[in-house]
Design a protein around this ligand. Structure first.
Ligand SMILES: Nc1ncnc2c1ncn2[C@@H]1O[C@H](COP(=O)(O)OP(=O)(O)OP(=O)(O)O)[C@@H](O)[C@H]1O
Length: 408
């Protein structure tokens, strides 16, 4: 690792540009990841536009970069499916400069240069992560190593898809920015799998209620952290969500709410009491246990909650137009970027996967202006045609991609 002065760039907004430090991807090396056999890319400081026809590997390239952030596929693919057909494993590595400062101050006083590499072997199913040459003992220690946010037309599932998509969105945004949330999430998931297995056993044998209930204190303990942090995040970002949607061009008021069946008594002056949530969750688990035993499934807890999105009081999922749903999905990604920026103290890398497809030019322009105002980071933009590059980003250097091979 080395320290240097932070890099500060002008944001491209036509209105009041904001100068922010930003994460900078300097070099990307990819081997045998999907259709990318060999990529060795020196990324220009401002970023890059990559133009290529459908199916040539544009999304794969962004997926490989984002793999370094999440250590799994952003498309939810299994690691084995990411290995290039016929290859034994994949490897992705990057040299990245991350301005760092005190969390929450959005101010950077130094730059951390780091090398991050991830390798996966198909035969052993082993995944190894190295930071600055040293293997990290636990994968979770390397999460968030290349702070980035990805925007793509597929994000519409955040709005139109099932509640699990929105829970995953919250889990990713919070796990990448809160160690406490990440540990609670891992522990909660583990306890949930075990309780559900015990419930299924009990369902088959008609006995063993105790083996299921033994997991409830753990579920309540960790579930309360998830519940409280998610609610706090939604409360802190609901206003910004409404404002972003309006600024993008939505006329109906948009609302973001954490929808939960958990009944936590309100304690004056303390909206974030983990104690209250833990006790409420314990009660809910015990109340639902007879039903759980009948169905072999846990019915109470944050794994059943939702992030409710409404437009003028109506469910956006059921009543929103395609464009309105896209607008809300982009606003959610912007909130994710803001959450990362607040945590890291610098603008994340923006991976833009043809994000303005199907949006009218005015909305696309406003989105870019908003991103600029908030401090747009380094950009990797991929589009199928050069004419799809919005005027605000034509300044970026260009590359092409064909059959997984980049040409600069
Ligand atoms: N494990 C793999 N090994 C080799 N090739 C793969 C693998 N997984 C996917 N592909 C190939 O990658 C290609 C798709 O790449 P990608 O999704 O990046 O396309 P794209 O350029 O983003 O296209 P579009 O513009 O349609 O979104 C397909 O041709 C697919 O067969």
């Amino acid at each position: 690792m080395g320290d240097a002065a932070p890099r500060v760039e002008d944001a491209p907004s036509p209105t009041a540009p904001v100068r922010v430090p930003r994460v900078e991807l300097r070099r990307l090396v990819v081997r045998d990841f999907r259709n990318l056999e060999r990529v060795d890319l020196a990324v220009p400081p401002d970023g890059l536009t990559i133009v290529g026809e459908n199916g040539h590997g544009k999304t794969n390239l962004l997926e490989s970069v984002y793999y370094l952030e999440l250590l799994r596929s952003v498309r939810g693919a299994r690691d084995a499916d990411l290995v290039r057909f016929g290859a034994v494993g994949f490897h992705v590595s990057a040299e990245v400069a991350v301005p760092a400062g005190e969390a929450g101050t959005a101010r950077a006083d130094r730059v951390i240069d780091r090398e991050v590499g991830v390798g996966f072997e198909r035969a052993t199913k082993r995944k190894r992560v190295r930071i600055d040459g040293a293997e990290v003992p636990r994968l979770s220690d390397a999460l968030g190593a290349v702070p980035s946010v990805i925007f793509s037309p597929g994000d519409v599932v955040l709005v139109a898809g099932s509640p699990s998509e929105r829970r995953r969105y919250l889990d990713v945004a919070l796990a990448l920015t809160s160690r406490r949330y990440l540990s609670a999430l891992q522990a909660y998931r583990g306890a949930l799998v075990r309780r559900n297995a015990a419930l299924r056993d009990a369902m088959r044998s008609g006995r063993g209620e105790g083996r299921a209930s033994v997991w409830e204190p753990q579920l309540a303990e960790h579930g309360a952290v998830l519940w409280t942090e998610r609610r706090r995040w939604v409360r802190q970002h609901a206003e910004a969500f409404a404002q972003l949607c309006a600024a993008i061009g939505e006329r109906s008021p948009m609302r973001l709410r954490y929808a939960t069946a958990l009944d936590v008594p309100h304690v004056a002056g303390d909206d974030d009491s983990v104690d209250g949530a833990r006790e409420a969750l314990k009660r809910a688990l015990a109340d639902k246990r007879p039903l759980d035993l009948k169905r072999g499934l846990t019915h109470a807890g944050p794994h059943r909650d939702d992030l409710e999105l409404a437009m003028g009081g109506r469910d956006l999922r059921l009543f929103g137009s395609a464009g309105q749903q896209r607008t809300a999905a982009i606003a959610l990604r912007m909130l994710e970027a803001a959450t990362l920026r607040d945590h890291v103290g610098s603008a994340p890398l923006f991976l833009l996967d043809d994000p303005f497809a199907e949006l009218d030019a005015r909305r696309a322009h406003r989105i870019l202006a908003l991103l600029g105002d908030a401090g747009l980071g380094q950009v990797l933009l991929v589009v199928p045609r050069a004419s799809d590059v919005p005027p605000e980003l034509t300044r970026l250097p260009r590359a092409g991609i064909q059959d997984g091979v980049l040409s600069l």
